[in-house]
Ligand binder design. Sequence first.
Ligand SMILES: NC(=O)c1ccc[n+]([C@@H]2O[C@H](COP(=O)([O-])OP(=O)(O)OC[C@H]3O[C@@H](n4cnc5c(N)ncnc54)[C@H](O)[C@@H]3O)[C@@H](O)[C@H]2O)c1
Length: 255
Amino acid sequence: MTENVGRRRTAVITGAASRRGIGRALAERLASAGWGLGLLDIDAEVEKAAAALRAEHGVPAVGAVADIADPDSVHAAVCAFEAELPPVAALVNGAGVSSPVPFLEADLATWERVMRTNATGTFVVSRRIVPNMAERGYGRVVSLGSTAMQNGGGTYSKSVYAASKGAIEAFSRALALEVAPRGVTVNVVAPATIDTDIMGGRITDDRKPAFLAQLPVGRLGTTHDVAALIEFLLGEEAGYITGATYNINGGLRIG
Ligand SMILES: NC(=O)c1ccc[n+]([C@@H]2O[C@H](COP(=O)([O-])OP(=O)(O)OC[C@H]3O[C@@H](n4cnc5c(N)ncnc54)[C@H](O)[C@@H]3O)[C@@H](O)[C@H]2O)c1
């Protein structure tokens, strides 16, 4: 992809509705860099997010309401992106749900809710978008993992969430291998303790010390920290990186 062609490109971001979320921060960052944006979320706020980016940055942006685990609604959303936006060169699987329920209190419904959104949803959206990337010979996929998968649970979420992120990471590594010859890279970004609503709501001053005690860098992560890393992995220059997991966790876990 040349620099000129590169400016006529779209990134699809799932989970881009939440005002304080990682997907929204990434959408704003990519819009300032001139990307076209297909924003997909179960929350109708996503349409307003796309409209705001169009108005503020003058980029093509479409917001579509869809459940990432429902192939029909994902198909309809992606068709709308394909009809109105430049070719999809990047996919960020950011939509997800947390689960602070400990194993001894978790039932099958807990497991199925979390696995359905996080693991099945990542598969469904990738299955709809990656084949077209492979056909065009170019693509960048980044999926959101979590330190919870590596650390035996997170600073907020517990075993069921960790399992769902383990599925995403294993899937991403194997997918990376399968599509590497087709010019598509697939990587995982694994954050911890980013101050978004998925942490059981805002990390208020009374909750903060318990989180900070686990973070060697002495502060919570921001959505901008994560968005900057993802933007790099979506770039043309990141083409030699695939099947990798990038930890972004303030030193919560080393290695
Ligand atoms: N915040 C953290 O500390 C942290 C740590 C590790 C991993 N992550 C991961 O980062 C990703 C983004 O999380 P965030 O912190 O921005 O949380 P967030 O709650 O702000 O954003 C999640 C978004 O996903 C959307 N969503 C949920 N279920 C959906 C579905 N079925 N279909 C479509 N959209 C759906 C929500 O509406 C929301 O807009 C998630 O995958 C999360 O697991 C976050």
